[in-house]
Ligand binder design. Structure first.
Ligand code: PLP
Length: 456
Protein backbone atom coordinates (compact mmCIF):
# COMPACT_ATOMS: atom_id res chain seq x y z
CA UNK A 1 0.00 0.00 0.00
CA UNK A 2 1.24 3.46 -0.86
CA UNK A 3 1.41 5.64 2.18
CA UNK A 4 1.60 9.37 2.23
CA UNK A 5 5.13 10.25 3.26
CA UNK A 6 5.09 13.28 5.48
CA UNK A 7 8.81 13.61 5.97
CA UNK A 8 10.36 13.48 2.50
CA UNK A 9 13.81 15.11 2.63
CA UNK A 10 13.65 18.60 1.15
CA UNK A 11 16.09 17.91 -1.68
CA UNK A 12 14.17 14.84 -2.77
CA UNK A 13 10.87 16.71 -2.59
CA UNK A 14 12.22 19.48 -4.83
CA UNK A 15 13.69 17.00 -7.29
CA UNK A 16 10.38 15.12 -7.54
CA UNK A 17 8.49 18.39 -7.81
CA UNK A 18 10.72 19.45 -10.67
CA UNK A 19 10.11 16.16 -12.42
CA UNK A 20 6.34 15.91 -12.03
CA UNK A 21 4.59 19.10 -10.90
CA UNK A 22 3.48 21.72 -13.38
CA UNK A 23 2.96 24.94 -11.43
CA UNK A 24 0.38 27.65 -12.23
CA UNK A 25 1.43 30.96 -13.81
CA UNK A 26 5.04 29.81 -13.75
CA UNK A 27 7.80 29.70 -16.36
CA UNK A 28 9.50 26.54 -15.08
CA UNK A 29 12.73 27.22 -16.95
CA UNK A 30 13.52 30.46 -15.19
CA UNK A 31 11.57 30.24 -11.92
CA UNK A 32 13.40 29.85 -8.62
CA UNK A 33 12.70 26.51 -6.87
CA UNK A 34 9.37 26.59 -4.98
CA UNK A 35 9.32 26.85 -1.20
CA UNK A 36 8.44 23.47 0.31
CA UNK A 37 5.69 24.35 2.79
CA UNK A 38 4.84 21.97 5.60
CA UNK A 39 2.16 23.48 7.77
CA UNK A 40 0.10 26.56 8.53
CA UNK A 41 -1.16 28.23 11.67
CA UNK A 42 -3.04 31.53 11.93
CA UNK A 43 -1.42 34.06 9.55
CA UNK A 44 1.75 31.98 9.27
CA UNK A 45 3.14 29.20 7.09
CA UNK A 46 6.14 27.05 8.04
CA UNK A 47 8.54 25.53 5.51
CA UNK A 48 10.53 22.28 5.59
CA UNK A 49 13.33 23.96 7.56
CA UNK A 50 10.88 25.26 10.15
CA UNK A 51 11.23 28.81 8.83
CA UNK A 52 8.13 30.93 9.45
CA UNK A 53 6.45 33.11 6.81
CA UNK A 54 3.67 35.67 7.15
CA UNK A 55 1.11 34.90 4.44
CA UNK A 56 0.70 38.47 3.21
CA UNK A 57 -1.56 37.49 0.31
CA UNK A 58 -3.80 34.97 2.11
CA UNK A 59 -2.61 32.22 -0.25
CA UNK A 60 -3.97 33.85 -3.39
CA UNK A 61 -6.73 35.70 -1.58
CA UNK A 62 -8.59 32.64 -0.25
CA UNK A 63 -7.73 32.46 3.46
CA UNK A 64 -9.92 34.41 5.88
CA UNK A 65 -9.59 33.22 9.47
CA UNK A 66 -6.05 31.85 9.41
CA UNK A 67 -4.44 28.60 8.26
CA UNK A 68 -5.63 25.22 9.55
CA UNK A 69 -8.25 26.89 11.75
CA UNK A 70 -9.40 24.13 14.13
CA UNK A 71 -13.13 24.98 13.86
CA UNK A 72 -13.17 24.62 10.06
CA UNK A 73 -10.83 21.59 10.15
CA UNK A 74 -13.17 19.88 12.63
CA UNK A 75 -16.30 20.70 10.60
CA UNK A 76 -14.70 19.12 7.52
CA UNK A 77 -13.58 16.04 9.47
CA UNK A 78 -17.05 15.51 10.94
CA UNK A 79 -18.70 15.91 7.57
CA UNK A 80 -16.17 13.53 5.99
CA UNK A 81 -17.15 10.84 8.48
CA UNK A 82 -20.87 11.41 7.80
CA UNK A 83 -21.46 12.14 4.09
CA UNK A 84 -18.37 13.05 2.09
CA UNK A 85 -19.93 13.43 -1.36
CA UNK A 86 -23.12 12.67 -3.24
CA UNK A 87 -24.39 13.87 -6.61
CA UNK A 88 -26.61 16.94 -6.39
CA UNK A 89 -29.14 16.08 -9.10
CA UNK A 90 -32.21 14.35 -7.69
CA UNK A 91 -30.60 14.54 -4.24
CA UNK A 92 -30.16 17.24 -1.65
CA UNK A 93 -28.47 17.49 1.75
CA UNK A 94 -28.49 19.74 4.78
CA UNK A 95 -25.05 21.34 4.30
CA UNK A 96 -25.99 22.58 0.81
CA UNK A 97 -29.42 23.83 1.87
CA UNK A 98 -28.13 25.56 5.00
CA UNK A 99 -25.30 27.21 3.10
CA UNK A 100 -27.64 28.42 0.35
CA UNK A 101 -29.88 29.91 3.03
CA UNK A 102 -26.95 31.57 4.78
CA UNK A 103 -25.55 33.05 1.56
CA UNK A 104 -28.93 34.42 0.53
CA UNK A 105 -29.30 35.99 3.96
CA UNK A 106 -25.96 37.77 3.58
CA UNK A 107 -26.33 38.75 -0.08
CA UNK A 108 -28.19 41.85 -1.26
CA UNK A 109 -31.92 41.19 -1.76
CA UNK A 110 -33.43 39.82 -3.95
CA UNK A 111 -30.63 37.37 -4.79
CA UNK A 112 -32.30 34.14 -3.85
CA UNK A 113 -31.17 31.10 -5.85
CA UNK A 114 -27.78 29.45 -5.39
CA UNK A 115 -26.00 27.35 -8.02
CA UNK A 116 -22.87 25.56 -6.73
CA UNK A 117 -19.65 25.08 -8.69
CA UNK A 118 -16.01 24.24 -8.00
CA UNK A 119 -14.06 27.52 -8.22
CA UNK A 120 -14.20 31.15 -9.24
CA UNK A 121 -13.81 30.57 -12.96
CA UNK A 122 -16.75 28.17 -13.09
CA UNK A 123 -18.86 30.45 -10.89
CA UNK A 124 -18.31 33.10 -13.58
CA UNK A 125 -18.82 30.59 -16.39
CA UNK A 126 -22.22 29.69 -14.94
CA UNK A 127 -23.24 33.35 -14.58
CA UNK A 128 -22.35 34.01 -18.25
CA UNK A 129 -24.31 30.93 -19.35
CA UNK A 130 -27.29 31.87 -17.17
CA UNK A 131 -27.37 35.34 -18.69
CA UNK A 132 -27.08 34.04 -22.26
CA UNK A 133 -29.78 31.42 -21.81
CA UNK A 134 -31.98 33.87 -19.90
CA UNK A 135 -32.39 35.76 -23.17
CA UNK A 136 -32.57 32.69 -25.37
CA UNK A 137 -35.34 31.18 -23.23
CA UNK A 138 -37.31 34.35 -23.91
CA UNK A 139 -36.76 33.98 -27.63
CA UNK A 140 -34.04 36.60 -27.94
CA UNK A 141 -30.64 35.90 -29.42
CA UNK A 142 -28.23 38.34 -27.85
CA UNK A 143 -24.51 37.95 -28.43
CA UNK A 144 -22.58 40.82 -26.86
CA UNK A 145 -21.13 40.99 -23.39
CA UNK A 146 -19.75 44.10 -21.75
CA UNK A 147 -16.91 43.99 -19.21
CA UNK A 148 -14.49 46.48 -17.75
CA UNK A 149 -11.20 47.12 -19.48
CA UNK A 150 -8.50 45.18 -17.61
CA UNK A 151 -10.97 42.79 -15.95
CA UNK A 152 -9.96 39.37 -14.66
CA UNK A 153 -12.68 36.75 -14.25
CA UNK A 154 -10.79 33.44 -14.33
CA UNK A 155 -9.05 31.10 -16.74
CA UNK A 156 -11.75 28.98 -18.36
CA UNK A 157 -12.79 30.03 -21.87
CA UNK A 158 -15.86 32.09 -21.03
CA UNK A 159 -14.09 33.75 -18.13
CA UNK A 160 -11.08 34.43 -20.37
CA UNK A 161 -13.34 36.04 -22.95
CA UNK A 162 -14.83 38.28 -20.24
CA UNK A 163 -11.28 39.26 -19.28
CA UNK A 164 -9.87 39.44 -22.80
CA UNK A 165 -8.93 43.11 -22.59
CA UNK A 166 -6.50 42.31 -19.75
CA UNK A 167 -4.04 40.97 -22.33
CA UNK A 168 -3.39 37.82 -20.24
CA UNK A 169 -4.69 35.46 -22.90
CA UNK A 170 -2.67 36.09 -26.03
CA UNK A 171 -2.20 32.37 -26.93
CA UNK A 172 -5.98 31.83 -26.88
CA UNK A 173 -7.19 35.11 -28.33
CA UNK A 174 -8.58 33.61 -31.53
CA UNK A 175 -10.89 31.30 -29.60
CA UNK A 176 -12.47 33.89 -27.33
CA UNK A 177 -15.97 35.24 -28.02
CA UNK A 178 -16.40 38.97 -28.43
CA UNK A 179 -16.66 41.06 -25.29
CA UNK A 180 -16.71 44.84 -25.44
CA UNK A 181 -14.77 46.78 -22.86
CA UNK A 182 -15.88 49.74 -20.82
CA UNK A 183 -13.11 52.23 -19.93
CA UNK A 184 -12.11 51.73 -16.28
CA UNK A 185 -11.62 55.02 -14.39
CA UNK A 186 -9.51 53.83 -11.49
CA UNK A 187 -8.71 56.08 -8.59
CA UNK A 188 -6.33 55.98 -5.67
CA UNK A 189 -5.85 57.84 -2.39
CA UNK A 190 -6.00 61.58 -2.91
CA UNK A 191 -7.20 61.10 -6.48
CA UNK A 192 -10.88 61.98 -6.31
CA UNK A 193 -13.73 61.82 -8.78
CA UNK A 194 -12.05 62.19 -12.11
CA UNK A 195 -12.86 63.32 -15.61
CA UNK A 196 -12.27 59.66 -16.50
CA UNK A 197 -15.47 58.73 -14.71
CA UNK A 198 -17.55 61.17 -16.76
CA UNK A 199 -15.88 59.93 -19.95
CA UNK A 200 -16.54 56.32 -19.04
CA UNK A 201 -20.21 57.04 -18.34
CA UNK A 202 -20.56 58.98 -21.58
CA UNK A 203 -18.99 56.04 -23.43
CA UNK A 204 -21.49 53.73 -21.73
CA UNK A 205 -24.48 55.93 -22.64
CA UNK A 206 -23.46 55.92 -26.28
CA UNK A 207 -22.76 52.18 -26.22
CA UNK A 208 -26.15 51.36 -24.69
CA UNK A 209 -27.83 53.52 -27.29
CA UNK A 210 -26.13 51.64 -30.11
CA UNK A 211 -25.89 48.12 -28.72
CA UNK A 212 -28.18 47.91 -25.67
CA UNK A 213 -30.62 45.61 -27.43
CA UNK A 214 -27.82 43.17 -28.33
CA UNK A 215 -26.28 43.06 -24.87
CA UNK A 216 -26.46 39.81 -22.86
CA UNK A 217 -25.00 41.15 -19.62
CA UNK A 218 -22.47 43.45 -18.02
CA UNK A 219 -19.87 41.81 -15.76
CA UNK A 220 -17.65 43.56 -13.23
CA UNK A 221 -15.41 42.99 -10.23
CA UNK A 222 -17.08 45.47 -7.87
CA UNK A 223 -14.84 48.24 -6.44
CA UNK A 224 -11.50 46.46 -6.94
CA UNK A 225 -9.98 44.79 -9.98
CA UNK A 226 -7.67 42.19 -8.45
CA UNK A 227 -5.39 40.66 -11.05
CA UNK A 228 -5.25 43.93 -13.04
CA UNK A 229 -3.21 45.29 -10.12
CA UNK A 230 -5.65 46.18 -7.33
CA UNK A 231 -7.28 48.94 -9.38
CA UNK A 232 -10.09 50.64 -7.51
CA UNK A 233 -13.14 52.67 -8.52
CA UNK A 234 -15.47 54.76 -6.40
CA UNK A 235 -18.75 53.14 -5.32
CA UNK A 236 -20.81 56.09 -6.63
CA UNK A 237 -19.32 55.71 -10.11
CA UNK A 238 -19.99 51.96 -10.20
CA UNK A 239 -23.53 52.54 -8.95
CA UNK A 240 -24.10 54.92 -11.86
CA UNK A 241 -22.87 52.25 -14.29
CA UNK A 242 -25.10 49.55 -12.83
CA UNK A 243 -28.15 51.80 -12.79
CA UNK A 244 -27.70 52.62 -16.46
CA UNK A 245 -27.38 48.95 -17.45
CA UNK A 246 -30.20 47.67 -15.26
CA UNK A 247 -32.51 50.47 -16.44
CA UNK A 248 -32.50 48.70 -19.80
CA UNK A 249 -33.35 45.33 -18.28
CA UNK A 250 -29.84 44.02 -18.90
CA UNK A 251 -28.48 41.68 -16.21
CA UNK A 252 -25.49 42.83 -14.17
CA UNK A 253 -23.05 40.18 -12.97
CA UNK A 254 -20.88 41.02 -9.97
CA UNK A 255 -17.81 38.84 -9.72
CA UNK A 256 -17.10 38.99 -5.99
CA UNK A 257 -14.75 36.02 -6.13
CA UNK A 258 -12.02 38.20 -4.62
CA UNK A 259 -14.00 41.01 -2.96
CA UNK A 260 -16.51 38.78 -1.16
CA UNK A 261 -16.42 37.76 2.50
CA UNK A 262 -15.25 41.02 3.98
CA UNK A 263 -12.25 41.89 1.83
CA UNK A 264 -13.38 45.43 1.03
CA UNK A 265 -14.57 46.18 4.57
CA UNK A 266 -18.20 45.16 4.13
CA UNK A 267 -19.32 41.54 3.86
CA UNK A 268 -19.84 42.01 0.12
CA UNK A 269 -18.55 44.94 -1.94
CA UNK A 270 -22.07 45.15 -3.42
CA UNK A 271 -23.21 46.69 -0.13
CA UNK A 272 -20.99 49.74 -0.66
CA UNK A 273 -22.08 50.08 -4.26
CA UNK A 274 -25.64 50.12 -2.96
CA UNK A 275 -27.11 47.98 -5.72
CA UNK A 276 -28.09 44.34 -6.11
CA UNK A 277 -26.55 42.60 -9.10
CA UNK A 278 -28.79 40.19 -11.00
CA UNK A 279 -26.09 37.53 -10.64
CA UNK A 280 -23.37 37.26 -7.99
CA UNK A 281 -20.27 35.03 -8.28
CA UNK A 282 -18.51 33.77 -5.15
CA UNK A 283 -15.53 31.52 -4.46
CA UNK A 284 -12.05 32.03 -2.91
CA UNK A 285 -13.04 32.95 0.68
CA UNK A 286 -16.29 30.96 0.50
CA UNK A 287 -14.87 27.97 2.39
CA UNK A 288 -12.56 30.11 4.53
CA UNK A 289 -9.79 29.08 2.15
CA UNK A 290 -9.97 25.34 2.89
CA UNK A 291 -11.63 23.73 -0.12
CA UNK A 292 -12.28 24.67 -3.74
CA UNK A 293 -15.87 25.73 -4.18
CA UNK A 294 -17.87 28.36 -6.05
CA UNK A 295 -21.41 29.65 -6.00
CA UNK A 296 -23.48 31.76 -8.38
CA UNK A 297 -26.46 33.54 -6.85
CA UNK A 298 -29.35 34.61 -9.06
CA UNK A 299 -32.35 36.90 -8.69
CA UNK A 300 -35.82 35.33 -9.09
CA UNK A 301 -36.47 36.79 -12.58
CA UNK A 302 -33.36 35.00 -13.88
CA UNK A 303 -34.31 31.71 -12.18
CA UNK A 304 -37.89 31.92 -13.42
CA UNK A 305 -36.80 32.31 -17.04
CA UNK A 306 -35.53 28.71 -16.86
CA UNK A 307 -38.85 27.25 -15.63
CA UNK A 308 -40.77 25.44 -18.36
CA UNK A 309 -42.25 22.08 -19.37
CA UNK A 310 -39.37 21.91 -21.80
CA UNK A 311 -36.20 20.36 -20.32
CA UNK A 312 -34.24 22.23 -22.97
CA UNK A 313 -34.99 25.45 -21.13
CA UNK A 314 -33.32 24.19 -17.95
CA UNK A 315 -29.74 25.13 -17.15
CA UNK A 316 -28.07 21.97 -18.38
CA UNK A 317 -24.84 22.51 -16.52
CA UNK A 318 -23.27 20.76 -13.56
CA UNK A 319 -20.04 19.46 -12.06
CA UNK A 320 -19.26 16.09 -10.52
CA UNK A 321 -18.63 17.78 -7.17
CA UNK A 322 -21.49 20.30 -7.33
CA UNK A 323 -22.47 21.21 -3.72
CA UNK A 324 -19.78 18.94 -2.28
CA UNK A 325 -20.79 18.42 1.39
CA UNK A 326 -17.23 18.95 2.65
CA UNK A 327 -17.02 22.34 0.94
CA UNK A 328 -20.46 23.30 2.26
CA UNK A 329 -19.47 22.26 5.80
CA UNK A 330 -16.29 24.32 5.59
CA UNK A 331 -18.24 27.34 4.30
CA UNK A 332 -20.83 27.05 7.09
CA UNK A 333 -18.06 26.85 9.69
CA UNK A 334 -16.39 29.91 8.15
CA UNK A 335 -19.65 31.88 8.34
CA UNK A 336 -20.05 30.76 11.95
CA UNK A 337 -16.57 32.13 12.67
CA UNK A 338 -17.63 35.51 11.30
CA UNK A 339 -20.08 35.64 14.23
CA UNK A 340 -17.98 33.99 16.93
CA UNK A 341 -14.76 35.83 16.25
CA UNK A 342 -16.48 39.11 15.34
CA UNK A 343 -14.63 39.03 12.08
CA UNK A 344 -16.15 42.21 10.67
CA UNK A 345 -14.80 44.16 13.65
CA UNK A 346 -11.37 42.56 13.09
CA UNK A 347 -11.58 43.64 9.47
CA UNK A 348 -12.17 47.25 10.53
CA UNK A 349 -9.23 47.07 12.92
CA UNK A 350 -6.93 45.62 10.26
CA UNK A 351 -8.08 48.23 7.75
CA UNK A 352 -7.07 50.97 10.22
CA UNK A 353 -3.55 49.50 10.50
CA UNK A 354 -3.25 49.47 6.70
CA UNK A 355 -4.37 53.11 6.50
CA UNK A 356 -1.72 54.15 9.01
CA UNK A 357 1.07 52.09 7.47
CA UNK A 358 0.22 53.10 3.90
CA UNK A 359 0.36 56.76 4.89
CA UNK A 360 3.95 56.25 6.10
CA UNK A 361 4.93 54.24 3.05
CA UNK A 362 3.47 56.92 0.78
CA UNK A 363 6.39 59.18 1.82
CA UNK A 364 8.84 56.84 0.11
CA UNK A 365 10.12 58.22 -3.22
CA UNK A 366 9.63 54.87 -4.98
CA UNK A 367 5.99 54.54 -3.90
CA UNK A 368 3.08 55.87 -5.88
CA UNK A 369 -0.67 55.44 -6.18
CA UNK A 370 -1.24 54.29 -2.63
CA UNK A 371 -4.72 52.81 -2.36
CA UNK A 372 -6.90 50.79 -0.04
CA UNK A 373 -10.29 49.15 0.09
CA UNK A 374 -10.92 47.55 3.48
CA UNK A 375 -8.23 44.89 3.96
CA UNK A 376 -6.89 45.27 0.41
CA UNK A 377 -3.89 47.60 0.57
CA UNK A 378 -1.73 48.38 -2.46
CA UNK A 379 0.74 50.73 -4.08
CA UNK A 380 2.74 50.86 -7.30
CA UNK A 381 6.51 50.79 -7.50
CA UNK A 382 7.70 53.73 -9.51
CA UNK A 383 9.30 52.50 -12.71
CA UNK A 384 11.53 54.54 -14.96
CA UNK A 385 10.42 53.53 -18.45
CA UNK A 386 13.52 54.96 -20.07
CA UNK A 387 16.31 52.98 -18.44
CA UNK A 388 13.98 50.14 -17.45
CA UNK A 389 14.93 50.73 -13.87
CA UNK A 390 12.41 48.83 -11.81
CA UNK A 391 11.37 46.36 -14.50
CA UNK A 392 11.15 43.05 -12.68
CA UNK A 393 11.49 44.84 -9.37
CA UNK A 394 8.32 43.11 -8.22
CA UNK A 395 9.94 39.71 -8.62
CA UNK A 396 13.07 40.89 -6.84
CA UNK A 397 10.97 42.23 -3.99
CA UNK A 398 9.01 38.97 -3.73
CA UNK A 399 12.16 36.88 -3.44
CA UNK A 400 13.82 39.20 -0.92
CA UNK A 401 10.67 39.51 1.19
CA UNK A 402 10.31 35.72 1.30
CA UNK A 403 13.88 35.45 2.59
CA UNK A 404 12.78 37.74 5.39
CA UNK A 405 9.69 35.72 6.17
CA UNK A 406 7.03 37.72 4.31
CA UNK A 407 5.15 36.10 1.44
CA UNK A 408 4.11 38.60 -1.21
CA UNK A 409 3.02 38.15 -4.81
CA UNK A 410 3.44 41.46 -6.65
CA UNK A 411 1.39 41.95 -9.80
CA UNK A 412 3.98 43.52 -12.05
CA UNK A 413 4.84 46.71 -10.23
CA UNK A 414 1.82 46.60 -7.95
CA UNK A 415 2.75 45.54 -4.42
CA UNK A 416 -0.17 44.63 -2.19
CA UNK A 417 -1.25 43.01 1.04
CA UNK A 418 -4.36 40.86 1.38
CA UNK A 419 -3.80 39.32 4.79
CA UNK A 420 -5.85 36.82 6.80
CA UNK A 421 -8.28 38.61 9.14
CA UNK A 422 -6.70 37.00 12.20
CA UNK A 423 -3.35 38.69 11.47
CA UNK A 424 -1.86 40.33 14.56
CA UNK A 425 -1.20 44.06 14.22
CA UNK A 426 2.49 43.50 15.02
CA UNK A 427 2.80 40.97 12.20
CA UNK A 428 1.36 43.42 9.72
CA UNK A 429 3.43 46.36 10.94
CA UNK A 430 6.61 44.26 10.73
CA UNK A 431 5.72 43.22 7.19
CA UNK A 432 5.36 46.88 6.20
CA UNK A 433 8.79 47.51 7.72
CA UNK A 434 10.27 44.70 5.65
CA UNK A 435 8.77 46.21 2.51
CA UNK A 436 9.96 49.69 3.42
CA UNK A 437 13.53 48.48 4.01
CA UNK A 438 13.51 46.59 0.73
CA UNK A 439 12.37 49.73 -1.09
CA UNK A 440 15.44 51.53 0.29
CA UNK A 441 17.61 48.66 -0.87
CA UNK A 442 15.97 48.73 -4.27
CA UNK A 443 16.83 52.41 -4.66
CA UNK A 444 20.49 51.51 -4.16
CA UNK A 445 20.33 48.85 -6.82
CA UNK A 446 19.38 51.34 -9.47
CA UNK A 447 20.42 50.28 -12.93
CA UNK A 448 20.69 46.61 -12.14
CA UNK A 449 18.34 45.00 -14.58
CA UNK A 450 16.29 41.90 -13.98
CA UNK A 451 14.11 40.09 -16.45
CA UNK A 452 10.73 38.38 -16.30
CA UNK A 453 8.42 40.08 -13.89
CA UNK A 454 5.76 37.98 -12.22
CA UNK A 455 2.35 37.46 -13.65
CA UNK A 456 -0.24 37.03 -10.93
C1 PLP B 1 -9.40 34.46 -8.71
C2 PLP B 1 -10.52 35.09 -9.43
C3 PLP B 1 -11.32 34.34 -10.31
C4 PLP B 1 -11.01 32.91 -10.66
O1 PLP B 1 -11.17 32.06 -9.57
P1 PLP B 1 -10.46 30.61 -9.61
O2 PLP B 1 -10.96 29.96 -8.37
O3 PLP B 1 -8.99 30.88 -9.60
O4 PLP B 1 -10.91 29.93 -10.85
C5 PLP B 1 -12.39 34.97 -10.91
N1 PLP B 1 -12.67 36.25 -10.65
C6 PLP B 1 -11.94 37.00 -9.81
C7 PLP B 1 -12.33 38.41 -9.55
C8 PLP B 1 -10.83 36.45 -9.18
O5 PLP B 1 -10.07 37.20 -8.38
Amino acid sequence: MTRLKTAIPKSELLAQDHQHCWHPFTQAQTAAPPIPMVRGEREFLFDADGKRYFDGVSSWWVNLHGHAHPVIAEAIAQQARTLEQVMFAGITHAPAVQLAQALVQRAPAPLQHVFYTDNGSTAVEVALKMAAQYWRNQGQLRQRFLAFEGAYHGDTFGAMAAGRSSGFYTPFEDWLFAVDSLPYPHTWQGHGPSADEAESLAWLDQYLLEHGSELVAFIAEPLVQGAAGMRMVRPAYLRAVVERVQAQGIPVIFDEVMTGFGRTGTFFASEQVGVAPDLLCLSKGLTGGFLPMGATLAQPHIYQAFLSDDVGKALLHGHSYTANPLGCAAALASLQLFEEEQTLARIQAQAAVHTEQLARLAQHPRVQRVRQSGTIAAFDLQVNEQNQYGAGAGTWLRERAAQQGVLLRPLGNCIYFIAPYCTANETLIQAYQVVSTLLDELAERQGESRIASDFF
